[in-house]
Write a protein that binds this ligand. Structure first.
Ligand code: NAD
Length: 499
């Protein structure tokens, strides 16, 4: 696919006064603009509130003002390209006005009829908006048209299929960009490079040399003001179905024959197809759920999940999930992929630990702790980098000592940062869908997760809350690995800057 590195487009943001637009989209667009990565463009913000263009532009400037990389002189020029349209997306009338505005801006800014429709709104509106865009002629353009959709893409496989059918009436699969912002993270994108550009790793990347892989994504924050949404979601749907499974796919996929969108996605799909189904009575031996109780974070008392706003006081919603995934193919047979994710945990950290098998003979006496398994640690956030844990002779004594080789990327804090959105927006503008999820990936990951939620929703977890805020989750998550003879490598000791 030919990609224009300085794209031109009209970007329509539905949900323009919302949190996502303000915190991520405007700062990201601004960065692209200041870096000279956008050619001609204009933005139409759509939301219910009534605002003038000037008020909207002031809000946009304000949202950028709280972020770094500011260039005051460019701010006014940037904001002048923003237009506001007050519109209830369920109101059919108003789409014709929107169509007129889009045509006017298209001609004024010479946007070549290219359009991006970014749905930064609650998912129940996605289908309605997509249908209207087609029916009311907003998609009848000379140039490209692309639909960007935020998570969650459905609540389970059935609802995801319904949603997909609705949006597919208006947009073919290759025009749909489903956001998984983890795929915009520098070090998540780096997984492929580390694997496929280093001859020292690829020969070892299989069940002969790797004993297990651990992926942790822990948050210190609780559910905060998102209780209403979270009660219908939980950690399994909010984190595992999308972000955690995407990381598993990138770690486990076969080398693609080419680095094209189609080839990479089809290798990821093959991983999902090889995922061992976990259902019925097996669910609780492969998966552990947790819910945070009260506890201390940074020396301050914090409430239990059940005491949070909009949360049922007897809630059965999990705020933590740990699981063991098996990929039943030649490369990975017998190698567990352990995942864990949760809220109100001890540290905010996303890390991947690849643990290699031990040497056949214990020449240097592992029992004394002088030899440790080789680990490749990929630090996704907040710090970004790679650490390789080796054993070497150090100083006077003749034995072996664990040593670390580290590469620290100069990272910025926060997974869900504008950086990831900046990359993804730019990819979408250029028509590169590699780091967006294809429908086949969504469907397969929902069918995997649905088997687990079916059991958990029907069995109330009597032990909830079962982990203290500020801990690394329930004891059962430790036991999940212990029964296989492994343990979670403590994420705090693996930090790049502690090497
Ligand atoms: P929000 O509630 O802050 O904003 C919603 C926006 O939709 C507002 O601009 C509101 O005016 C508009 N809106 C609501 N009903 C409308 C209607 N009938 N007609 C027209 N406009 C209407 O939500 P948000 O946090 O910005 O999230 C938006 C989407 O992004 C959701 O799907 C969410 O799950 C997803 N998401 C958000 C974040 C985040 O960091 N906020 C992260 C990941 C995914």
């Amino acid at each position: 696919m030919t990609q224009n590195n300085r794209p031109t487009a009209l970007i329509m943001i539905f949900g323009a006064t919302g949190d996502l637009a303000r915190r991520k989209l405007y700062p990201s667009l601004y960065r692209l603009f200041t870096k000279g990565k956008l050619d001609r463009f204009a933005v139409v913000g759509v939301a219910r509130r009534s605002l003038t263009n000037e008020e909207f532009q002031d809000n946009v400037k304000e949202s950028i003002g709280s972020h770094d990389h500011l260039d005051e002189s460019k701010m006014d020029e940037f904001a002048s390209k923003f237009y506001y349209h007050s519109h209830d997306v369920t109101d059919s009338e108003s789409y014709s006005v929107l169509k007129g505005l889009a045509a006017e801006l298209d001609s004024h800014y010479r946007l070549d009829g290219n359009r991006i429709f970014y749905l930064a709104m609650a998912p129940e509106f996605f289908g309605t908006i997509a249908e209207h865009l087609k029916k009311d002629g907003l998609t009848d353009v000379e140039g490209f048209k692309r639909l960007v959709i935020e998570k969650p893409f459905g609540h389970d496989l059935e609802s995801a299929k319904v949603l997909n059918r609705q949006i597919r009436k208006a947009f073919p699969e290759n025009e749909i960009y489903r956001i998984d912002h983890y795929l915009g993270k520098e070090m998540v994108q780096n997984i492929e490079v580390i694997r496929f550009a280093n001859s020292i790793f690829e020969p070892l990347w299989n069940n002969r040399f790797i004993s297990n892989i651990q992926i942790t994504s822990s948050e210190v924050l609780g559910v905060e003001e998102r209780g209403r949404y979270y009660e219908t979601s939980g950690a399994l749907r909010d984190m595992v179905q999308n972000h955690m499974l995407q990381m598993v796919a990138l770690l486990a996929m076969e080398p693609p024959i080419r680095l094209t969108t189609e080839e990479i996605r089809s290798e990821k799909v093959r991983v999902f197809r090889a995922l061992r189904t976990v259902e019925g009575s097996d669910v609780n031996s492969y998966f552990v759920r947790g819910q945070y109780g009260k506890g201390k974070i940074n020396e301050s008392d914090v409430p239990a999940y059940r005491e949070q706003e909009m949360v049922d006081e007897a809630s059965n919603t999990e705020t933590f999930v740990a699981g063991k995934l098996m990929i039943d193919n030649f490369r990975w047979a017998g190698v567990p992929f352990y995942i864990r994710t949760g809220k109100r945990m001890e540290v905010k950290s996303t890390k991947i630990v690849v643990e290699f098998k031990e040497m056949p003979m214990d020449l240097y006496n592992r029992q004394e702790g002088s030899v440790s398994p080789n680990l490749l640690v990929i630090h996704i956030q907040p710090e970004e980098g790679i650490t390789l844990h080796l054993n070497a002779k150090k100083g006077q004594h003749s034995g072996s000592t664990p040593v670390k080789l580290s590469y620290a990327n100069k990272g910025i804090d926060g997974l869900n940062t504008p950086e990831a959105y900046e990359k993804l927006l730019y990819d979408c503008l250029r028509g590169d869908a590699t780091n967006f999820t294809h429908w086949d990936e969504v469907a397969l990951s929902w069918s995997f997760v649905d088997n687990i939620s079916e059991v958990w929703e029907n069995e109330k977890e009597a032990s909830f809350p079962n982990y203290e805020s500020g801990s690394m989750g329930p004891d059962a998550a430790e036991q999940l690995l212990e029964k296989d003879g492994f343990f979670w490598w403590p994420v705090t000791n693996l930090d790049v800057d502690k090497c």
